[in-house]
Design a protein around this ligand. Structure first.
Ligand SMILES: NC(=O)c1ccc[n+]([C@@H]2O[C@H](COP(=O)([O-])OP(=O)(O)OC[C@H]3O[C@@H](n4cnc5c(N)ncnc54)[C@H](O)[C@@H]3O)[C@@H](O)[C@H]2O)c1
Length: 275
């Protein structure tokens, strides 16, 4: 029996929370570089009535993305995309962050955009990090938004002499995610489909716990302690935003980015978190 299909990349906690909120009644194809992560969430979800198939995939590779999409299409039309795959500044090198978070996300949005069903919706998880970075020039923003995907990593602004460290690479990748979503929303709109990004602040997941224990651990702990909410967030709170964006209540929302950070960015600019 053909079903509507949700493609989920990144079998982490944020991805699973969104899949649980929006994926009922659908075939959910979950791809992750670590097959065991995809298998783990497939097991958890299949035991409570979802229909999840785990696959190994690498967001950094167009071939791998295309193969995931081809597998998904065997089950029916792709009506939902959730991209929650990624690496954080303490987990990977500058090159890997740019290859996975920046290039991979751009390719995924492009490839799914070619096949998304009418009325389909996508969300990709960006980050508050992209909001804390100073504004780029309008030219740089446009390059991140519109450069053909295969030329993205050759942009001058992304060359090693212009990227200070892994945090800067991550911020550029997340800024690029927001800009790609804007440019892709125009294309997805021609198919009657929508795509948005969500920029979470500190959400307690294994990725965030790596950050708490990494070189910037104290910085992150201070950030959630001093943000207006006074705590880190949960993956289910990110799913609340995804539900708005992916349901019919979000029908007028596309090409947009939603910050959900407990007010950390506000405090960074105009409060006690100001550097
Ligand atoms: N947790 C936070 O505080 C936070 C804040 C802002 C943004 N984010 C973003 O949310 C997204 C999901 O993070 P999470 O916190 O749920 O982390 P997580 O570690 O729980 O999940 C991330 C998943 O992505 C997978 N992955 C990594 N590289 C991959 C690749 N090349 N191809 C396919 N899969 C790959 C990992 O194996 C892992 O299963 C990431 O893009 C992250 O940057 C997280």
């Amino acid at each position: 029996m053909k079903k509507e299909v949700m493609v989920l990349t990144g079998a982490g906690q944020i991805g699973m929370a969104i899949a649980r909120r929006m994926g009922y009644g659908k075939k959910i194809i979950v791809g992750d570089k670590k097959l065991e992560n995809a298998q783990a969430i497939a097991k958890t979800m299949n035991q409570v009535g979802f229909d999840v198939m785990p696959l190994e995939m690498d967001l950094a590779s167009r071939t791998s993305i295309r193969s995931l999409i081809a597998q998904a299409q065997k089950y029916g039309d792709i009506t939902m995309l959730v991209n929650a795959a990624g690496v954080s500044p303490s987990q990977a090198s500058i090159q890997t962050i740019l290859q996975v978070d920046l290039y991979g996300t751009a390719v995924l949005l492009e490839e799914v955009g070619k096949v998304i069903a009418p009325g389909g919706v996508g969300v990709t998880i960006s980050s508050q990090s992209g909001h804390r970075m100073p504004q780029l020039t309008p030219e740089a923003d446009e390059q991140l938004a519109c450069t053909p995907t295969e030329d993205l990593l050759s942009l001058d602004i992304l060359q090693p002499e212009h990227i200070r460290d892994t945090l800067h690479a991550y911020q550029m990748a997340k800024r690029c995610n927001e800009k790609r979503v804007m440019a892709e929303a125009v294309k997805w709109g021609k198919k009657g489909a929508r795509v948005n990004s969500i920029s979470p602040g500190i959400i307690v997941t294994p990725l965030a716990i790596d950050e708490f224990n990494g070189p910037r651990g104290e910085f992150y702990k201070n950030m959630f302690a001093k943000c207006p909410a006074g705590r880190p967030g949960t993956a289910d709170e990110v799913a609340n935003v995804a539900e708005l964006l992916m349901s019919s209540k979000g029908a007028f929302i596309t090409g947009a980015d939603f910050l959900i950070d407990g007010g950390a960015t506000a405090s960074y600019f105009y409060g006690p978190l100001k550097p």
